[in-house]
Design a protein around this ligand. Structure first.
Ligand code: HEM
Length: 300
């Protein structure tokens, strides 16, 4: 049965259990499962990572256009013009996804006055607990204290989210300034358009290095999710994972009597296999781009 398309942002604790074929559940299907990400959020992430991979691959080819691999890639697709075409196409798709996300934040936070979106345990906005968790985590790494009890979003997840959000604004604005230079030249001095190229290029490289190293390590290569955390693909995690990764959220859901609203079936076989293939492909492409970037830098 097709899953319902839900909001791209999770309504505060109001997720409805998804209907899945329990008989088709995967081998890991022991015990209860909880929904962490709605279908809308998973679609949004899918659009984000596919367009980002293409933007990174095409951007790098243009940036290191003198290197052997870039020239070969350009020849394969009939020149750098085609590379730029794909870059612009994915930029438009990514911008659309970003605007849908922003529209939803505005609708829920401002028009529906959902305070939890800007403040509180389920918000992406950093709070005092995140600061305490950060230092507590450092102490735990050094064996000097207990592991912090994380809430719905841990401090590094919020950091990843804001890095992408902020990066999107800077990269997007500078990208459109270059794309529609004659229009922007009506309001901006000439040097600002030259600066746009430098900002876009450097921020693009920073985004590539950040996503393919820090984000990959944070989400997939940590000991408790190695070799890949599939929750962003399947949307669900087992009760055991939920309890051990986000004990404070788990406790809060129990004490507020809201756990039942998040209980769902185990991910079916096909979804687990599909997630593995998509996830590993994305990680492989990301790591290849990371190696190409570093090697192009080292080669000068
Ligand atoms: C809204 C999003 C974006 C838009 C509108 C955009 C637009 C552009 C345009 C028009 C160019 C060609 C500049 C020229 O003619 O020389 C370009 C180049 C480039 N873009 Fe983007 N882009 C976007 C997102 C990204 C992202 C997400 C990345 C990185 C992952 C990226 C990395 C690059 C790089 C590295 C270059 C080559 C710059 C250079 O030659 O030094 N772009 N972009």
């Amino acid at each position: 049965m097709p899953e319902p398309v839900e909001s791209v942002i999770q309504p505060e604790e109001a997720i409805q259990p998804e209907e899945t074929d329990a008989a088709a559940a995967g081998p890991e299907a022991k015990g209860r499962y909880f929904l962490r990400f709605t279908l809308g959020q998973r679609y949004l992430h899918a659009v984000l990572f596919t367009t980002f991979l293409v933007l990174a691959a095409t951007g790098l080819t243009m940036r290191f256009s003198g290197s052997v691999w870039a020239i070969r890639t350009a020849r394969l697709v009939d020149g750098f013009g085609t590379i730029l075409f794909f870059h612009k196409f994915c930029a438009l798709v990514l911008t659309l996804a970003f605007l849908i996300h922003v529209r939803e934040i505005v609708a829920r936070g401002i028009f529906k006055r959902e305070k939890g979106i800007f403040w509180g345990p389920t918000s992406m906005v950093a709070n005092w607990k995140d600061v305490k968790d950060l230092f507590g985590h450092m102490r735990w790494f050094l064996g000097l204290g207990p592991k912090p009890e994380f809430e719905r979003y841990a401090y590094w997840e919020k950091f990843d989210y804001w890095a992408v959000f902020w990066g999107m604004v800077v990269i997007g604005f500078s990208g459109y300034a270059m794309w529609f230079a004659p229009f922007f030249a009506r309001f901006l001095p000439g040097w600002a358009l030259n600066a746009a190229l430098v900002i876009h290029s450097e921020e693009g490289l920073l985004a590539i290095l950040f996503i393919f190293s820090i984000h990959f390590v944070n989400t997939h290569l940590r000991p408790d999710s190695f070799p890949m955390d599939m929750v962003i693909f399947t949307g669900r995690e087992s009760e055991e994972e939920f309890k051990s990764r986000r004990p404070e959220e788990y406790q809060r859901m129990q004490s507020e009597g809201k756990s039942a609203t998040r209980i769902t079936d185990a991910p079916p076989h096909w979804l687990i296999n599909f997630s593995r293939v998509v996830g590993f492909t994305a990680i492989l492409i990301g790591l290849t781009l990371l190696i190409l970037t570093l090697s192009a830098y080292i080669a000068g």
